[in-house]
Each structure stands twice: as C-alpha cells, then as structure tokens.
Write a new protein. Structure first.
Lengths: 247, 227
C-alpha cells in the first residue's frame, strides 16, 4: 500500500501554516478520507467541515493542489503522489480553524434577493419546457466553490458590491420561473453588481454539479439587464407595449 | 488571436489584392467605392467594414473571456492570483460597460452575413470569354463557402441571439408563438454550447479566405478549377 504526503493548513485567520502528514492510500480513497485518517490517527483536533461524503451536501469544499474542489469527490489516485498534496481552506472566506471557513457572507447576500413571488390568483400549472432551465439551477448544492474561485471576490474583494455566481444562479432560477412575477434586474445591476463579472467562466469550471453557470445563468441575466438599462430600442418597445419597469 | 489581429490590420490598410473574379475577400465585402471616387486614396474600403465584425468579436461573450484572460490577465487563470492594487470595475463602468453593445454589433453582423452569403454564391459563377457567367467550382468557391457556413454557425450560436429569440421569455408554454420561440431557443442553445469552437473556426476560416483571395489576386498562386 503506497503512502501519500498531505500538506494541510493548520491554524486560523491570524496565525497558521502548512503541516505535513503521511497517509496510507487505500483503494477508492478520496481526499476527505485522507483528512479523516489524519483526524483518527494523527491529529484529532484537525477541523474539517463535512456531512454526506457523497458530493451532495456541499460542506467539504477546499483547495486541493491549488484547485477549488470538493474533497469528497477528489480521488487520491487521481492526484500525483510524487510531491505533497496540498489541502488549504477556501481562500475567499475567513478561516475559522484549519479547513473550516466562515461562509456567512453568502447568506447575507442571499437575504438581498426577493423570494419567489407569484401573481395573485396564479394557476399552479407548469409545463416541462418552462421548467427545464430552472431545474438545472436547482442542482446547486451551495458548496460555494464558485464564489471562492470568482476573481471578483477572491482577488478584488468586492464582497459589498458583488453577489457572486451562486446568487446569480439563484436569481436566474427565480427570474426564469414561469410563475414568478417580480423583476430583479435592478437588483442585479445595482446591488448584486453583475457588471463586475467579466465572464471568465471559472465558476463553471469548478462547479461539482456541472451547472453551466456562465452560459445559462450569468450571461442570460446580463442580457436581461441590457434589455432593461442599456438597450434604447428595447426600452422603446417596452414603453409602447406598456410593460412595467424593472423592480 | 494576436496574429490574426496583426494580419487583419495589415490587410485593412493594404487596400489592394482583395478581388479575383469571381472571388471577393470577406475583409472587403461589401465592396465600397473600389475606384476611390469619393474615398481618399489612402483610405482602404476595408476600414469602413472591419469595424463591425471586429466589434462583434470584441464584444462576444466567448472572446471577452479569452481577451480578459490572455491580454489583461484578469484573471490570468482560475484561482491564480492577480495584482490586488488595481481598482477593478469589470464591465460595470467605462470602458468595458460598452461590451453591453454586443447585440447592436449582432444586428450589423446579420447584414454583413447576407453580403457574404451573396459573395459565396457569386463565387460559383465564373465569367466566360463572352463575359457571361457560367457555373463552376474553384478551390476559392469552396473556401468562401466553408467560410460563410462557419461564420453563420458562429453568429447563430451567439449568446445575445439566443436571448433575443427566446431566452428572454419566462413562459414558453403561455402562447403558441412563445412555443415556437422555445423551439428556436433550443436550437440556438444547441449551437451555443459550441460557440467557442465556431468562434475559433470562423476566425481561422475568414483569415484563410482573405489570404487565399490575396494569393490569387496578386498572382502568387493560380486558382484550382475543380469544375
């Protein structure tokens, strides 16, 4: 049985550093298993957030060899073992302890989004062709890997002005819902700062649920913002048709 | 992409070797004042034309990703650090807020696409000794045909077009017309998944089509007649 060396971050936001551990690799082992081995045999106080170990709870996000990913979906035999495998906490969020980060900023952003709001007296009938787009967005497990990798948050620290890919996915699921009756275009432009996104598609690259975040959520929302605020012809058409202004 | 930009700039300013009957370089289509009746001699007709396809590509959602990553290193790659000192404004402020004009370049691109289809069709009609046009196939005809097919695929896979033809709808099933738009939107979505492929393929093909016409027009090579 081969061994792997894991270089794991230990510490908190103020102090900390990498520490190396030797872990025996077993068949089918994932990085989260290796972290559990460290907890069980070497370092009982290693802090790791996890729940399902099945890629569905979105708890075990970290940066493995510099790439944001779920540790429960990252197989050890897919990583080179000739050098230490690095496991660091998500860079965009403050570290609470070791690999556990404070992701509460995401919940504050979420509270800015008006929830699903149907018209009064809605006929609760929906057809599959209307729901296809929305169902893709419902796959989101809120692992926040997209938020972590987005350079607007990660490098430019625009947490006050920017919502991030996860919440563009949520807004898209509401905006494209056939029974929803609220426009979130102004919110997208002014409070969630969709203009800060420059379509680098990193969020799509890291999404463990393979949601086409950029192509199916962010770009369609950008186009809706263009409809409302930057396209004079569309504005004129809306005026002629007497369509309501974006909320 | 940098190589293409250099070549396209050179060809735009060159102002000659753009026509070899029945072929017309896509950089010079539609042909505007080739004998310089009202354009100054130093002004190449391509300069009037290239701004539109260039604008369409520069504001294209795929090329935006490529340009920001490759030329502005913003970011250089996913999860790779950037300079933290810059005042990042993304596409929220000038100059990149102008990227929102993509749909207007799309409208212009539709017009240019019609001209290029006409040129591709005309490339199959060769002037005979009696000055009448006869159907024929030359290598140039096929080059221009492949080029216009790839350009069409690039245009029809555009994110803005996908939005305008149906993506903006919230309820496809609400009216019969909306259901038809859903069908069009699904087809546009199928093409849209391959937008990057079409973007590169059409960029290469349009450069090659111009290069081929230039080679024939300048007499460096002779067009190969197949039929």
């Amino acid at each position: 049985m081969a061994d792997a060396i894991l270089e794991v971050f230990r510490g908190n936001q103020e102090v900390g550093g990498a520490k190396q551990y030797t872990v025996p690799i077993t068949p089918g082992m994932v990085v989260l298993d290796a972290l559990h081995y460290i907890q069980a045999h070497l370092e009982p106080d290693l802090a790791v957030r996890w729940n399902c170990k099945a890629g569905k709870c979105g708890s075990c996000s970290a940066e493995v060899n510099g790439k944001p990913r779920l540790t429960c979906k990252t197989r050890m035999d897919a990583l080179p073992t000739d050098k230490p495998i690095t496991v660091y906490p998500m860079k965009s969020f403050p570290v609470i302890k070791d690999l556990v980060t404070d992701v509460s900023w995401n919940y504050r952003v979420n509270r800015k989004i008006p929830p699903f709001t149907p018209k009064p007296g809605t006929d609760w009938k929906m057809y599959q062709e209307d729901m296809d787009r929305v169902q893709e967005f419902r796959k989101c497990i809120e692992c926040f890997l997209c938020q972590n990798v987005c350079h607007v948050v990660r490098d430019h620290h625009k947490k006050e002005e920017f919502g991030g890919p996860r919440f563009f996915v949520r807004v898209a699921s509401l905006e494209m819902h056939p029974l929803d009756n609220v426009s979130r275009a102004k919110l997208l432009k002014d409070e969630l700062g969709i203009g800060y996104c420059n379509i680098t598609k990193c969020c799509t690259e890291v999404c463990p649920e393979e949601i086409k975040i950029t192509d199916n959520a962010i770009i369609p929302l950008k186009e809706r913002v263009v409809d409302e605020f930057y396209d004079p012809i569309m504005k004129l058409v809306r005026k002629i048709r007497g369509a309501p202004k974006a909320g | 992409m940098g190589g293409f930009s250099i070549y396209a700039t050179f060809r735009a300013f060159e102002g000659k070797f753009y026509e070899a009957a029945p072929y017309l370089s896509p950089f010079y289509s539609p042909l505007i004042d080739p004998h310089h009746h009202w354009l100054p001699l130093w002004f190449s007709p391509a300069m009037l034309i290239l701004a539109f396809p260039l604008g369409f590509r520069a504001t294209c959602y795929y090329y935006r990703k490529a340009l920001y990553r490759a030329f502005l290193l913003d970011p250089p790659a996913c999860a790779v650090g950037e300079s933290p000192h810059r005042n990042y404004r993304g596409e929220a402020k000038f100059p990149f807020i102008l990227q929102n004009a993509h749909r207007y370049f799309l409208y212009a691109a539709v017009v240019f696409l019609c001209f290029l289809w006409y040129d591709a069709f005309r490339a199959f009609w060769f002037p005979g000794p009696d000055k009448t046009l006869h159907f024929g196939i030359g290598l140039g005809s096929l080059v221009l045909l492949v080029n216009i097919v790839l350009l069409s695929l690039y245009l029809f896979s555009c994110h803005s077009l996908r939005h305008l033809i149906g993506g903006k709808m919230d309820c496809f099933s609400c009216t019969t017309f909306n259901l038809k738009r859903h069908g069009a939107w699904k087809k546009a979505s199928f093409l849209n998944e391959r937008h990057m492929l079409f973007a590169w393929a059409s960029l290469i093909s349009v450069g090659f089509a111009d290069f081929y016409v230039r080679m024939v027009s300048s007499g460096i090579i002779k067009d190969l007649r197949i039929l």
